[in-house]
Design a protein around this ligand. Sequence first.
Ligand code: CO
Length: 181
Amino acid sequence: MVMNVVKYGDSVLRKKCAEVTDFDSLPEWIDNMFDTMYEEEGIGLAANQVGLDMNLMIIDVTHTDEAEEALVFVNGKITDSWGESIIEEGCLSIPEVRLEVKRPEFIKFEYKTMVGEEREEEFSGLLGRAIQHENDHLNGIFIIDHVSPMVRMQVKKQLKEIAKESDTNRKNKDRKKSFVL
Ligand code: CO
């Protein structure tokens, strides 16, 4: 099922997501997240981007040679990072804004699989990037938090419009809900 992608301005994107403890309910949410990510043509999606307060992310970089299948990371934590690279990033929650973001090139990432197995691996390249971007979401951080105040100023108007629309959508949803008897 395709879910609604939550946009910049919604408070669920500014909070640290809760650790997953109930792994039994994960497959359904993960399915819905993949449906949503492919519909929106993204390569990564964090659970709070569809309104779920869970430390859960999905990534598909199978168009590169970095991964042969789509990936799921639960309760992830970056335990080490080194190197540096600057790459332009976009975000499904901040439509049409693309920013050059400086991040570590290499990370060590500790996480659980969707069945709760513990893993720790090193990542780099596009996959390492995507993990850092989604991990940021799960901690309430956006790409705009990584750029200088001057660059942020340049997208201020766009951000304001996205936040305004986000607020209107929420109010409409609340209104609809109040008519469901
Ligand atoms: Co994003």
